[in-house]
Design a protein around this ligand. Structure first.
Ligand code: ADP
Ligand code: MG
Ligand code: ZN
Length: 201
């Protein structure tokens, strides 16, 4: 019996969220590969701001990768998604790191889902301060399903739901900029109790 995520005909929006290192990208790659095995056409996009590994692939922290198209994190980038999909009809479309995309992405995702496409979107729910990323938040409340993943807290080993930013070896202050691209040198997964934001109001 085929899995529901493959069998489903009408479109839907599935959001995969959680802190850094929780396996969001791994899950996105896994889901998109399942569509491929079911002989469904698949496309994947990621904001060009996320240059940690490469521009033309979605990459996980564990080394998995999937070919993707880099888009500018602005209205022009969203228009390029619409154009691409108009010319390349796809059953399932993945978006990695939607926290970097403007809130107009929500409207695009809803339009695509209404046209029958399955949207799989990963994004951080919270920034390093523990405050919401608006695009992820707005898509989560409209999604057909939300998968909330956890990492492992590097301090205590419990489930991590927060992303800790580290600057010069210590927790970054509240007033450091929200966007700072980085991996293990700049971020850690931590639980609520171990998450530190010096200077938080
Ligand atoms: P995300 O997209 O949510 O940042 P990835 O899918 O890229 O996550 O990476 C998940 C992988 O990160 C895990 O499979 C594991 O190999 C690795 N990893 C590194 N640090 C941690 C941690 N603290 N907790 C859990 N996994 C971690
Ligand atoms: Mg990721
Ligand atoms: Zn902890």
């Amino acid at each position: 019996m085929p899995d529901e995520s493959v069998r489903v005909r009408s479109g839907l929006i599935r959001v995969i969220t959680g802190p850094m290192f929780s396996g969001k990208t791994t899950e996105l790659i896994r889901e998109l590969e399942r569509f491929r095995f079911a002989k469904k056409s698949v496309a994947a996009f990621k904001p060009s701001i996320d240059t940690r590994y490469t521009q033309d692939a979605i990459s996980s922290h564990s080394g998995l990768g999937l070919k993707s198209i880099a888009i500018e994190p602005n209205g022009e980038g969203l228009r390029s998604v619409r154009n691409f999909l108009a010319n390349n009809p796809s059953h399932a479309v993945g978006f990695d790191e939607i926290n970097f995309l403007p809130t107009e992405f929500v409207e695009l995702a809803e339009d695509l889902a209404s046209s029958g496409i399955t949207i799989l979107a990963t994004g951080l729910n919270l920034d390093f301060r523990g405050e919401p990323f608006v695009t992820t938040k707005e898509l989560m409340v409209r999604a057909d399903s939300v998968i909330m993943l956890t990492a492992i807290c590097v301090r205590c080993g419990r489930r991590a739901t927060r992303t800790q930013r580290i600057l010069n070896g210590v927790p970054a202050p509240y007033d450091s900029p929200v966007l700072l691209i980085g991996g293990k040198e700049a971020y850690e997964a931590r639980c609520r109790a171990c998450h530190e934001v010096p200077g938080a109001k």
